[in-house]
Ligand binder design. Sequence first.
Ligand code: HEC
Length: 146
Amino acid sequence: MRHNTYIGFFLIYSLLTGLWVSNVQAEDKRTTIWLSETERNTVLEEMRQFLVASQAILQGTLDEDIDKVETAAREVGLKQLRGMSAELSAKLPQEFKAWGPQVHQEFEEIANEAATLGDANEILNRLAKLQTLCIQCHATYRLERD
Ligand code: HEC
């Protein structure tokens, strides 16, 4: 009986400290960017296209399908930079607006590499470097509806 009580205390103690630790880790230190529902959807849609393109670039490189790499990268390259409304632009921090175009520029350069030398190592290196921008921005900002 006594033994079971100890086990009970131990389990409750573990549960409580476990919850406390995960609460501390869950604290969100990122800067919030407030956007309308439509603006937020526009940004997130573009993000999902980034992920799709990154996967297609990896797959295309592994399969030695260089056309696939070029098409996927071009899709999110410089042409996607056009068309951001002035209203949305005004709500985005300067840093955010610096990193975004850099990502499009890097995708465009992957497309150019695919269209010319098509060197697999160069493409993978560029993608790996480009993804540090994804990570950097994700660690800094979050989006909320205003
Ligand atoms: C300039 C800043 C910035 C850059 C660069 C950036 N992201 Fe994001 N991304 C965000 C923000 C902000 C969110 C929303 C995060 C949140 O609210 O928690 C987001 C969300 C996402 C999401 C979730 C989409 C959804 O529907 O919820 C994906 C996937 C994503 N990004 C992929 C990428 C990839 C891949 C790259 C790089 C090729 C990238 N992002 C580059 C800022 C950025």
